[in-house]
Design a protein around this ligand. Structure first.
Ligand code: FAD
Length: 293
């Protein structure tokens, strides 16, 4: 049964007068962790961010969780966005997912390809690129659709120019806004926005910021090819990487400073990869309380 819809479309949230601050959560891979993740997501929702997004396991294993968590957030009065990926999604399954999200009252979807798992045969996919999924969602109707973009160029892309050509196609196929991959040097984003506009891609961009608060995260980021770590950031990690509380404090301060610079330069929408961590989300929001008022 269709539920009463209280959600705003993300495009209206991020193009409003007020700077927006939003948080991302991810569902668990296994059922035993589900209640803990729900509790963490709901705790973050008590901060009443402008919206929250819920990621999607590219293998599809957590798709039910994504929709369920997004609906719970929405019931708490927080605009929510469900991620959806092409990897291992048949057309039939996508239509089922879309009908399910609509019935739960979800208004916003981030359309993604997903990372292709090793030994996965991409020829078996019904959708090969995110633009095809965005097109399907647009044809289904009723959703505000976002997509991903890469200020440092997607690692599989043959060139930055090609990546932007494909980004343009994604916008033409229904993506109304893009959320960036994490970056640690704002100049990289400013340069990207300039190149984006020059390429004729004129849709709002939400800056994705990752507060790095522990060593494990740093190792993961190093594994994401193409993410430049500025010397200023590397020095912080060198000095505090082995001191968990100090690293957390420094990581939150670094992310806060990045966000203030973004807002000051007219980037009005920031999405924090809060990694289900209430404390990090809360401290960042507190640090910005007067700025996002
Ligand atoms: P696409 O836009 O399809 O691009 C993928 C590659 O194909 C790029 O190199 C692009 O240049 C190229 N390409 C695009 N169109 C064409 C074309 N027409 N012809 C030839 N080449 C083309 N992953 C998850 O599994 N779950 C999530 O919830 C999730 N959330 C994310 C959120 C954000 C904000 C970001 C930045 C990433 C997220 N990811 C997630 C990771 C993402 O799925 C991967 O980075 C993936 O490798 C690319 O996804 P995409 O949607 O950008 O793909």
């Amino acid at each position: 049964m269709q539920q009463e819809c209280i959600e705003m479309k993300i495009i209206d949230v991020i193009t409003g007068e007020k700077p927006s601050l939003s948080f991302e959560v991810f569902p668990p891979k296994t059922e035993d962790k589900y209640e803990n993740v729900v509790a963490a997501a709901e705790k973050i929702a008590t901060l009443h961010p402008d919206y929250m997004s819920v990621t999607y396991g590219a293998g599809g294993g957590t798709s039910e969780y994504t929709a369920d968590i997004a609906q719970r957030l929405s019931r708490m009065g927080v605009n929510s966005m469900a991620h959806l990926t092409c990897v291992s999604s048949t057309k039939e399954r996508v239509r089922e997912e879309l009908a399910g999200l609509r019935d739960r009252g979800i208004q916003n979807i981030l359309a993604l390809r997903g990372d292709i798992p090793p030994n996965f045969d991409p020829s078996a996919m019904d959708y090969h690129f995110a633009y095809e999924l965005a097109e399907e969602i647009r044809d289904f109707g009723g959703f505000c659709i976002g997509g991903a973009c890469y200020p440092e160029t997607h690692p599989e892309s043959e060139s930055g120019i090609k990546d932007l050509e494909y980004l343009k196609i994604k916008a033409e196929c229904g993506c109304e806004f893009f959320t960036t991959q994490m970056f640690f040097d704002n100049n990289i984003l400013y340069n990207f926005l300039y190149r984006m506009l020059r390429s004729g891609v004129d849709v709002p961009v939400v800056a994705g910021i990752m507060p790095v608060t522990n060593k494990k995260q740093i190792e993961r980021i190093m594994g994401i090819s193409g993410t430049a770590l500025p010397q200023r950031f590397v020095r912080i990690v060198d000095r505090y990487g082995d001191k968990p509380e100090a690293m957390k404090q420094a990581g939150i301060a670094y992310a806060t400073e990045q966000i203030i610079d973004l807002y000051a330069n007219g980037i009005n929408a920031v999405h924090v990869y809060s990694m289900n961590n209430y404390d990090v989300a809360k401290r960042i929001q507190e640090n910005l309380s007067e700025i996002i008022r």
